[in-house]
Design a protein around this ligand. Structure first.
Ligand SMILES: [Zn+2]
Length: 547
């Protein structure tokens, strides 16, 4: 006999069981969990966007209810969703770029660029644009004068493909409204000749000003490259993206992401250089951002560029650059400015990302951090050092003590046998891990992002410096749990663990065992973000079945 209360209780229990049954289970997988307590598993259950259970095939199958979809992974490797920890997207020049020989390295010569601009100037049209490489970027001639001679009436923009530098002529300066007495933006420089006249150079914080003023970007146009990139990322199993928001306002990027409606989780590292009237303004811009953000989008930062790069030779190094005995590069900020940046970061709740590449700029940063606050306070802050190329063997311990997280870009590594000079970047990798410095990996893609599996190949072979190569497992950890730590979300994602976001990639091949050269061909067959299938390869259907 059932009392009414017992019936209610039974109904409640039934509901509870029904609610608790996972909506999706994946069985017969080789799950690399990134969870040290259970490094490998066979199966996962997913409910309400989270992994609800991780275990053996038998344990997880037992949880399935009548409405549960069961996917048989066919024994393939499943990993936490990959996290691209450093990418730029949506750089646009004001006109289709002139074809340039030698890109990206060593790039066109000055003569090749001037000849191409002269030829373009003979045809009707408006802006003349081109991507340039290191040869032109390092050429110290007065480029404004040189470009005016071949294109006196047409605005010309030459842009370093890696950011950091741009070159314009007089017509371009006039078009974008840069007066002769323009003040340098925070963290940037307008180049001048000996007489004080602008020489056409726009470096660092000034370098993105010409392109953004020439063609104010529109969300509808920018949404196209964002959506394309997101699709490629979904096919690579990338479920989160750390976007370095270079050259764009926060609002523009938010509007673009709202339109693009991509499946990934985005952390936008808001960008200070060139865009803010004061150092405090970088944080004020974040405060002014709308509170309602597009789905799966969050804002963090800001990101500051503390120096340049070895490509244009503006990263501040301990040693002079080859062939320039009096030039070690330069800092983008005075001591007072750097101090204000660091002190503000200490007061604010947000994380901070710092592009710092030169060894001497890294020394300067670490010394100032130590002078301003105890190491424990910095460790709590988890300052991101983007690239980290200036951390040398003798500053590893300091980096670990200050708790900085290094985001390294294996696509920057030199090829095997490349001649090394003291000012060449050192790109420590395994030494960072051995010293206890947390790392994440990213492509540093600009107009084109790179496959995480290419980066995992480069990080785990490191042809130019095999002693610094990571193991495949270390590289994969950097792309998952390490990157989640790098954005302070390790309690939400980055590992396959009950209670964490169900972000997952089921891979086409076992990236822990295939030959290195096969790694870049890896694809995801099934990509989940918060338990939603955002990409499913038809090849998986052969092994997937409804039960
Ligand atoms: Zn970058």
């Amino acid at each position: 006999m059932h009392s009414p209360q017992a019936a209610v209780l039974t109904f409640a229990l039934l509901c509870k069981v029904a609610v608790a049954a996972p909506h999706l289970v994946i069985v017969n997988a080789d799950v690399f969990t990134a969870d040290p307590a259970r490094p490998r598993a066979q199966a996962v259950a997913i409910e309400d966007g989270l992994f609800s259970a991780v275990g053996t095939n038998a344990e997880i199958r037992a949880l399935a209810g009548p409405a549960t979809r069961v996917i048989d992974a066919g024994g393939r490797l499943a990993t936490p969703g990959l996290i691209e920890a450093h990418v730029h997207l949506g750089s646009v020049l004001p006109s289709p770029p002139l074809a340039m020989p030698g890109l990206h390295f060593p790039g066109p010569t000055a003569e090749q660029v001037l000849a191409a601009v002269a030829a373009a100037a003979k045809a009707p049209g408006d802006w003349i644009s081109a991507w340039i490489g290191p040869i032109v970027a390092r050429d110290q001639r007065n480029w404004r004068v040189a470009l005016d001679a071949v294109a006196p009436d047409r605005p010309v923009l030459l842009r370093g493909f890696w950011g950091h530098t741009a070159i314009v002529n007089s017509a371009a300066l006039k078009r974008i409204g840069i007066p002769e007495d323009v003040a340098d933006p925070i963290g940037g420089q307008w180049g001048r000749d000996a007489s004080g006249r602008l020489d056409g150079r726009a470096d660092e914080g000034a370098s993105s000003i010409p392109e953004t003023r020439a063609t104010p970007p529109e969300p509808a146009k920018l949404a196209v490259p964002f959506r394309d990139a997101a699709q490629r990322y979904a096919r690579w199993g990338v479920t989160s993206i750390h976007l370095m928001n270079s050259g764009k306002s926060l609002q523009l990027t938010l509007d673009t992401l709202a339109l693009a409606n991509t499946p990934q989780k985005w952390t936008i590292y808001s960008w200070a250089p060139g865009a803010v009237p004061s150092i405090a303004g970088a944080w004020a811009g974040m405060d002014a951002a709308p509170k309602r953000l597009p789905q799966r989008v969050r804002i963090d930062g800001p990101k500051w560029m503390l120096d340049g790069t070895p490509i244009e030779q503006n990263a501040l190094q301990r040693e002079p650059y080859a062939g320039r005995p009096d030039w070690r590069g330069r800092s983008n900020h005075s001591d007072a400015q750097l101090r204000e940046i660091l002190q503000t970061a200490l007061r604010r709740p947000e994380q901070m990302a710092l592009h710092v590449v030169g060894s001497a700029e890294t020394d300067r940063l670490f010394a100032m951090m130590e002078s301003l606050a105890p190491a424990a306070a910095w460790k709590e802050k988890r300052v991101r050092v983007e690239h980290g190329d200036g951390i040398l063997a003798d500053t590893l311990a300091q980096a670990a003590r200050l708790g900085v997280v290094v985001i390294q870009n294996p696509t920057h590594f030199p090829p095997a046998g490349a001649p090394r000079r003291p000012t060449d970047p050192h790109f420590l990798l395994k030494s960072l891990v051995s010293a206890g410095v947390p790392i994440a990996l990213g492509s540093d893609g600009g107009s084109e992002e790179a496959s995480p599996f290419l980066n995992i190949m480069l990080a785990s072979t490191y042809a130019a410096s095999p002693g610094e190569a990571l193991s495949r497992e270390q590289a994969l950890l950097a792309y998952t749990a390490g990157a989640a730590y790098a954005e302070r979300h390790e309690r939400r994602k980055g590992r396959v663990m009950a209670g964490l976001a169900a972000d997952l990639a089921l891979l086409s091949q076992d990236i822990l065992t295939v030959p290195s050269q096969a790694l870049p061909a890896t694809r995801s067959l099934l990509t989940l973000v918060d338990g939603d299938i955002v990409f499913e390869d038809p090849a998986l259907s052969g092994t997937a079945r409804l039960e």
